[in-house]
Design a binder for this molecule. Structure first.
Ligand code: FAD
Length: 139
């Protein structure tokens, strides 16, 4: 079965609470380990940008659950491609929280100077996630 990489963006909804991130990561790491899905999640307290890698069926199943979650909205796929190998193999779900460094990095990928993942091309979102990966231990 083919390996794929899916990248989507979304916005935290008005029911989202800041400690939901911990719950989401705990559930994600259990589910993703079972499905052999790996990836990275970036959250800047408004937008989510997430990459999911794994076998096509497992990634699609994971995304279907995520897309129905009411803690975020405007869930939009930026890119979905067949890949030869994983770029985020070390994490069932790596997490990059907001910091001054990530703010500057994320802004540098947007022409407007303000981070808006919905305005990004898939390839650019992928490159940003690869740069953000360097902020996670054991990258
Ligand atoms: P159940 O726990 O049975 O929940 C049923 C429904 O309610 C689902 O639609 C679920 O999304 C939603 N839900 C669950 N808890 C809450 C809550 N506290 N408030 C509102 N709605 C809720 N899951 C993964 O497995 N892997 C991931 O990589 C992953 N990444 C995520 C990234 C983001 C930004 C978000 C918001 C969620 C993510 N999740 C991820 C969680 C995912 O959306 C599901 O909650 C989880 O997969 C469990 O799915 P379920 O259908 O078994 O949920």
């Amino acid at each position: 079965m083919a390996l794929i990489r899916l990248i989507y963006a979304s916005v935290a909804s008005n029911i989202f609470k800041s400690n939901d991130v911990v719950t989401i990561l705990n559930v994600s790491r259990i589910n993703n380990a079972m499905r052999e899905v790996t990836g990275l999640l970036f959250f800047n307290k408004h937008f989510f940008l997430q990459c999911l890698e794994g076998e096509e069926q497992q990634v699609e199943e994971t995304y279907d659950h995520i897309a129905k979650d009411t803690r975020h909205e405007k869930v939009t796929i930026l890119s979905c491609k067949t890949i030869n190998s994983r770029s985020f193999p070390n994490w069932t779900m790596g997490y990059v929280p907001q910091s001054q460094l990530t703010n500057e990095l994320a802004q540098s990928f947007c022409d407007s100077g303000t981070f808006d993942p919905f305005a990004m091309q898939g390839d650019s979102a992928y490159e940003l996630l690869c740069k953000l990966k360097e902020q996670v231990p054991n990258h």
